[in-house]
Design a protein around this ligand. Structure first.
Ligand code: NAP
Ligand code: G4F
Length: 327
């Protein structure tokens, strides 16, 4: 009989990639979805008939207990979160309820229902915030710079605490930014590549961004979900930084993205303080040596190929939508 894995956040970027990976590995994949007024299964539509989708919400403790009791997963991947940093200043309490306390609700449900479950927590490089060390590694002290970052620090430490208090197999992946064509349109990479495609197709003239100097360690999302799975196959639970070890400015992302379709970014990018943050994370660059040596993990896609691949994907999406509208 195949192993059962539960994914929270299966409708998100990472959830959809992880579901594909686990299905390929022969798992029975259960995805927890929250009720929305319109269905938002775009990222999992192509595999939906192979998944078991169940209702639940990180805000609703009993729904988590019920999902675990009814589906008895061997592995739980907690990817659900209010994950957009900018929104965390507008909705700091909701962000704390979901992204921080939601982790405790799920860990406590595991402790009550089946403490042998292996648990993965989606921790974040945003925890390093105002970085105390370059590059950042597992031992680098945290200094979060947003309500989101603060909530992720809580989620990280409650995972460590449940591991140490109750001997749970609870692992935490400190993942640096990872992207791809399924990235939400509000995140800067997809905002740029979608904008490039729309400009190239004559649908708009420019995009409006915030801080172009911020530097991120951007990787390829499918590589990063493989690391999540590897963490739960180890002999003992642990924490791992997952990163490429390269850092690039938002401006560099623009240069490559616009250049890929023969445009000059300087003619199509405007800046507006509305997209600046009250406190910025200026520089992220990760050291994934531990993951490389213990998990055998390594990134497979270069920064240039990541950017050009996202532009190509958005060119195809915009072309298809435009053709449908004009047909
Ligand atoms: P995403 O695309 O924003 O997906 C977030 C998921 O969480 C969605 O499926 C969303 O459901 C779900 N969700 C939100 N609130 C919920 C709630 N109250 N109860 C249950 N589900 C809820 O995020 P992602 O980029 O895939 O990231 C996955 C995880 O990794 C997140 O925890 C994120 O914070 C973390 N992370 C991401 C990165 C990155 O670069 N992508 C890096 C480090 C860490 P709906 O579809 O209904 O909104
Ligand atoms: O794409 P972003 O919104 O991602 P951010 O804030 O780094 O967070 C992402 O990565 C984290 C891991 O480090 C995850 F934990 C988190 O869930 C999320 O997936 O912004 C990246 C940078 C920032 O410095 C921002 O100020 O781009 C800068 N930026 C400049 N103009 C912009 C814009 N960001 C957005 N979203 N929109 C802009 O117009």
């Amino acid at each position: 009989m195949s192993r059962t894995a539960l994914i929270t956040g299966i409708t998100g970027q990472d959830g959809s990639h992880l579901a594909e990976l686990l299905l390929d590995l022969g798992y029975h994949v259960v995805g927890m979805v929250r009720r929305t007024s319109t269905v938002n299964f775009e990222r999992i539509a192509h595999i939906q008939e192979r998944l078991t989708l169940v209702p639940g919400d990180l805000l609703d403790q009993y729904s988590l207990v019920r999902v675990l009791q009814e589906h008895r997963p061997a592995e739980v991947y907690n990817l659900a979160a209010q994950s957009f940093v900018k929104t965390s200043w507008d909705q700091p309490v909701l962000t704390g309820e979901v992204t921080a306390l939601g982790v405790t609700r799920l860990l406590d449900a595991i402790r009550i229902v089946d403490p042998s479950i292996r648990f993965y927590q989606a921790s974040s490089s945003e925890m390093f915030g105002k970085v105390q060390e370059v590059p950042q590694r597992e031992e680098t002290p945290f200094y979060p710079r947003s309500p989101y970052g603060v909530a992720k620090v809580y989620g990280h430490w409650i995972t460590v605490n449940y591991r140490e208090s109750y001997d749970l197999f609870a692992a935490s992946g400190i993942l640096f930014n990872h992207e791809g064509p399924r990235r939400g349109l509000e995140f800067v990479t997809r905002k740029i590549t979608n904008g490039v495609a729309r400009i190239k197709h004559g649908l708009q003239d420019h995009i409006v961004l915030g801080n172009l100097d911020a530097r991120r360690d951007w990787g390829w999302a499918p590589d990063y979900v493989r690391a999540m799975w590897l963490m739960l196959q180890q002999d003992a639970p642990d924490d791992f930084v997952i990163a490429t070890g390269e850092t690039h400015a938002v401006q560099e992302f623009c240069e490559i993205a616009f250049g890929h379709v023969g445009l000059d970014w300087r003619q199509h990018v405007r800046q507006d303080p509305a997209f600046m943050r009250p406190a910025e994370v200026e520089l992220l660059i990760g050291d994934a040596s531990k993951a490389k040596s213990k998990l055998g993990w390594a990134p497979t896609v270069s920064f240039h190929d990541l950017v050009s691949g996202m532009v190509d994907a958005d060119m195809a999406v915009v072309k298809a939508a435009n053709t449908a509208v004009t047909a």
